[in-house]
Design a protein around this ligand. Structure first.
Ligand code: 0L1
Ligand code: MG
Length: 262
């Protein structure tokens, strides 16, 4: 028997309604302290299926906790993955609606556009480069449903890794035409520098990060598909924003992406 004793759908409803009603909730492990990562991924899968039942379409994957600094902060040694759905995609020219979110933060990421199906448990960064048509600058908006963004690893996995929105820049490049592992990044808010980073912060190389997720999915007989968008994991810490803020992320070679919040 699982620790939730068949109450998975209650937890799904709890997290989904928190998102829909834009309110923070107490973390799931306060009620189920022994929730395992496997069970948390199973709840995450049911949460995505619930969104699909409401018309959302799965369009890719995102990685989280990919930097050593964030893993140390959470006391873990592994990254995590969640799913992207079409309703999370926000366009650069479209104002980000703060009132659809709870307590959002923005983080700089690199997006991979996948051109071939790939499944396996021995997938390498080179395999990821081979199946990637383009990479592009991206900003992920994370918006944990938990009170004060405080949670355990099992909690955040169940909550689809805090996923809320993402924005992709308009410059796309073949991953073979740039040194993807060594790209510098500057993130500003209203023109003031807030974070600097480098793509190597993402498990040493963003493609290594994506390969990790594909291998994890492979253990469950799943993989990635042609047309998927994958966010590699954050290149620096996330920053909070409010209405009227403009967030701009500039990667060396790869170009920029930005949004304004209303
Ligand atoms: O995308 C991310 O790196 C977020 C993972 C979950 C941790 C958080 O919400 O800060
Ligand atoms: Mg992220």
């Amino acid at each position: 028997m699982t620790v939730t004793q068949g109450r998975d759908m209650e937890i799904v409803k709890y997290l989904y309604s928190a998102e829909k009603e834009r309110r923070e909730v107490i973390k799931v492990t306060d009620q189920y302290p022994d929730l395992s990562f496997d069970e948390a991924y199973s709840i995450q899968e049911k949460l995505i299926q619930r969104r699909e039942a409401d018309g959302a379409k799965r369009i890719g994957l995102k990685l989280g906790l990919t930097s050593k600094a964030k893993q140390q902060m959470m006391g873990v040694h592994e990254a995590i993955y969640g799913y992207l759905t079409d309703d999370m995609l926000s366009l650069e020219w479209e104002p980000m609606n703060f009132h659809q979110l709870i307590h959002p933060k923005a983080e700089p990421e690199i997006a991979f556009f996948i051109k071939e199906d790939l499944i396996g448990t021995d997938v390498t960064a080179e395999d990821i480069i081979r199946v990637t048509q383009y990479v592009a600058p991206a900003i992920e908006i994370i918006d944990s449903r938990y009170l004060n963004f405080k949670f355990t690893l099992a909690d955040v996995i169940a909550d689809n890794c805090s996923s809320a929105k993402f924005v992709i820049g308009s410059k796309w490049m073949s991953p073979e035409t740039l040194d993807l592992g060594q790209l510098g990044m500057v993130m500003t808010k209203n023109g003031r520098v807030e974070q600097v980073g480098a793509s190597a912060a993402v498990l040493g190389h963003p493609a290594t990060s994506v390969a990790w997720a594909v291998n994890k999915l492979g253990e469950k007989g799943k993989g990635i598909k042609k047309g998927d968008i994958i966010l590699s994991g954050a290149v620096s810490e996330a920053i909070a924003f409010e209405p009227n803020d403009t967030i701009h992320v500039e990667f060396a070679e790869l170009g920029s992406v930005s949004f304004t919040c209303k």
